[in-house]
Design a protein around this ligand. Structure first.
Ligand SMILES: [Zn+2]
Length: 125
């Protein structure tokens, strides 16, 4: 086990990763083709291809989307009792849109945290 690299700010890396940018320099995209991790940053040369976030980004996305959608569904149901067909049209669409929007950001955050703390990733060990 290696110790966390020096001179790596977790907060700065997470902010950049959440924006989908290289956690080191913030100049290039960390992901391509929606969720594929770049092998190496073309701007700073930092390697990311060995990092494997596995199930953490989907779990993080589910946690966030669930905490956003479920209370809104319950509040709308209590306040307005919309017809069932309206709810079937709205809530799956909102859930899908939030999930697809947040998943790459969550993956960027997880990869940035792994990078900031010097995680080896499962492909190099
Ligand atoms: Zn970079």
């Amino acid at each position: 086990m290696t110790s966390a690299p020096k001179n790596r700010s977790t907060l700065s890396a997470v902010v950049k990763g959440g924006r989908g940018l290289c956690p080191n320099c913030g100049k290039t995209r960390l992901l391509h083709h929606y969720l594929k991790v770049i092998d190496r940053c073309p701007a700073c040369g930092e390697a990311y291809g060995h990092l494997r976030a596995d199930d953490a980004p989907p779990w993080m996305t589910i946690l966030i989307v669930g905490h956003i959608v479920v209370p809104i569904v319950l509040i709308v149901e209590q306040a307005y009792q919309p017809a069932l067909w309206i709810q079937f049209a709205i809530w799956p669409t909102v859930t899908l849109a939030l999930t697809l929007g947040l998943l790459p950001r969550c993956k960027g955050i997880i990869l940035a945290m792994m990078w900031a703390h010097g995680a080896e990733g499962s492909e190099r060990a």
